[in-house]
Design a protein around this ligand. Structure first.
Ligand code: CA
Length: 268
């Protein structure tokens, strides 16, 4: 088993690609966890550099691998040759309409598509959804907002891949996303939908910390403006059902000021 320490920046990307295992070094202990997903590739179709340059950089920071296409023709070509995990598609392109590109992509594959539309243009949003887009983001947008939408759309698109063996097992906790069922030592846990989703995200990242922001983005679907207490209430309920002592948890550990970490398989 290879244990790696993660260097920063581009080096980290190469290291992650080169290795099947990534370590997380929390509070001094190094734990190896299986790498479930590589970096997701995003095809960004937009001709305005004032948007593509900062957005690409931000997406890279958020853990994605962006590639830019400046025209409709280039978009179709790159979609074919690079098989991206998701397409961010602007409506106004120099050589055509993003809607036509969307329709064309949809005819070829089920790649998730998020349209970039002008503010307040409801006709554009409806048109985008009608030609098969999964979601839209309104300009001007923040990179954080786009990243949150990407994660939410990728998550919703996930069931297809789950059918290829999506059961997650960490120690004596087993989670079956297709059956929406979780068990502890063979005993079924009665979880609410959100509790299940929180547990799933934590287990998918077992051994590594999952940030509070990410839990909000992925479980509550988008940027959360409500009380952060909601998350703590769900964590507390989960611990109760797992028989976890909050003072000395076996499963769900609090990483103060950052988020939560599901204990890795070697910890117990
Ligand atoms: Ca444009």
């Amino acid at each position: 088993m290879t244990i790696l320490r993660l260097p920063a920046g581009e080096e980290a990307v190469r290291t992650i690609r080169a290795a099947s295992l990534v370590s997380s070094d929390l509070r001094g202990g190094t734990i190896a966890v299986p790498m479930q997903f590589g970096r997701r590739s995003i095809l960004l179709v937009e001709d305005e550099e004032s948007i593509t340059a900062p957005l690409s950089e931000a997406l890279r920071r958020e853990g994605f691998e962006p590639r830019v296409a400046g025209t409709a023709a280039e978009a179709l070509e790159l979609a074919e040759s690079t098989d991206p995990d998701l397409v961010l598609l602007d409506v106004m392109l120099p050589d055509g309409s993003g809607f036509d590109v969307c329709r064309e992509l949809r005819a070829r594959s089920s790649v998730p598509i998020i349209m970039l539309t002008a503010r307040g243009d409801e006709a554009d949003r409806v048109a985008g959804l009608e030609v098969g887009a999964d979601d839209y983001v309104t300009k001007p947008f923040s990179a954080r907002e786009v990243a949150a939408r990407i994660r939410a759309v990728l998550r919703r698109a996930a069931p297809a891949s789950e059918e290829r063996g999506g059961v997650i097992e960490v120690g004596d906790v087993r989670l079956d996303p297709v059956k929406h069922e979780a068990t502890l030592d063979g005993r079924r846990l009665e979880l609410s939908r959100k509790e299940f989703d929180v547990l799933r995200l934590l287990m998918e990242n077992a051994g590594a910390v999952v940030k509070r922001e990410r839990l909000f983005e992925e479980v509550w679907d988008t940027n959360w403006f409500g009380s952060t207490k909601t998350l703590d209430v769900h964590i507390s309920a989960l611990r109760k059902k797992l028989g976890d002592d909050p003072a000395e948890p076996r499963y769900v550990h609090t990483v103060r000021g950052v988020g939560f970490r599901f204990a890795g398989p070697d910890e117990r």
